[in-house]
Design a binder for this molecule. Structure first.
Ligand code: ZN
Length: 286
């Protein structure tokens, strides 16, 4: 499932490809992904619009659209959900089965494909209002993070998935950050010592930065459905060298030895999501 680094890598990839391109026509195959925008108003607004900047907020892509006669740019908000992909295809290439939305750009199409239709491509921006600070931004300070944890009885792993605490962290990076910080995922957020909160704050930033850096430097195949490669949600580009290196230290490694101490990695379910951790490295009380 895509989290902040995957979305950031996708934004960096798409931004130059979409910039200044005009949407000539709109095809909506799954109106569910536009909700609450209707297919009709979606098509009406997008037709004739031109792509401006593309940015990321949490796990959302925020496309800026410019339209003749409109002084302010219109935001178009995208979310990959669990299985969504966004990429450009030559106009003559047949559309994939699970195509949700197509924006015709002339010789190419912008395709939003989503096998499970949990993703979004909508003119409704309300989801952005509920997001907390960007983990790599200046507003996400150690003091603010520590204060927010102090108000929560939730297990720290569950609290990290709260997008109003910090935007963009999902199941994978929550487990990875807790391992790097040496904190048990079940520990109530408010019981973290200030040293633990500080370690976790830096671990979150480090693990996300590393993932973005790695994803930005390897050739990825954004349309390559099902070709998950290592940490990445996107597939490897055909013919690209194997870039795999072991960077997930606990996620999806249940039963395998911890890289640090050799103890088998454990898996448990918290709030209906899987958590992976090392019972030895992450038992620390300090
Ligand atoms: Zn260990």
């Amino acid at each position: 499932m895509p989290e902040l680094p995957e979305v950031e890598v996708l934004v960096r990839h798409l931004a130059p490809l979409l910039h200044d391109r005009t949407i000539r026509a709109v095809l909506v195959r799954r109106a569910k992904v536009l909700a609450p925008t209707s297919a009709r108003s979606f098509a009406q607004v997008l037709r004739g619009a031109r792509f401006g900047n593309l940015a990321r907020r949490g796990k959302y892509l925020v496309f800026e659209l410019r339209k003749p006669g409109l002084r302010e740019p219109l935001p178009l908000v995208g979310h990959l959900g669990m299985t969504g992909r966004m990429y450009l295809l030559p106009a003559r290439t047949p559309l994939p089965t699970h195509t949700a939305v197509v924006l015709h750009l002339g010789c190419e199409n912008f395709v939003f494909e989503d096998t499970r239709y949990f993703g979004r491509l909508t003119l409704d921006t309300s989801a952005l209002d509920r997001l907390g600070p960007e983990p790599l931004g200046e507003r996400f300070t150690m003091a603010r993070f520590s204060r927010a944890l102090g108000r929560s009885r939730q297990p720290i792993k569950v609290k990290l998935l709260d997008q109003s605490l910090v935007a963009g962290i999902g199941n994978i990076y929550a487990s990875e950050a807790l391992f790097r910080a040496g904190i048990a995922p079940t520990r109530p957020a408010r019981e973290l010592t200030s040293a633990q909160a500080a370690r976790l704050w830096s671990a979150i930033r480090r693990v996300l930065r590393e993932a973005i850096e790695c994803g930005s430097t390897v050739p990825l195949n954004y349309a390559g459905a099902g070709l998950h490669h290592g940490l990445f949600y996107f597939g490897r580009a055909p013919g690209a060298p194997d870039f795999y290196e072991e960077r997930l230290r606990v996620y999806d490694r249940a039963g395998q030895p911890c890289y640090r101490c050799g103890t088998p990695i454990k898996k448990r379910v918290q709030a209906a999501r899987s958590t992976f951790y090392c019972p030895r490295c992450q038992r620390g009380e300090h």
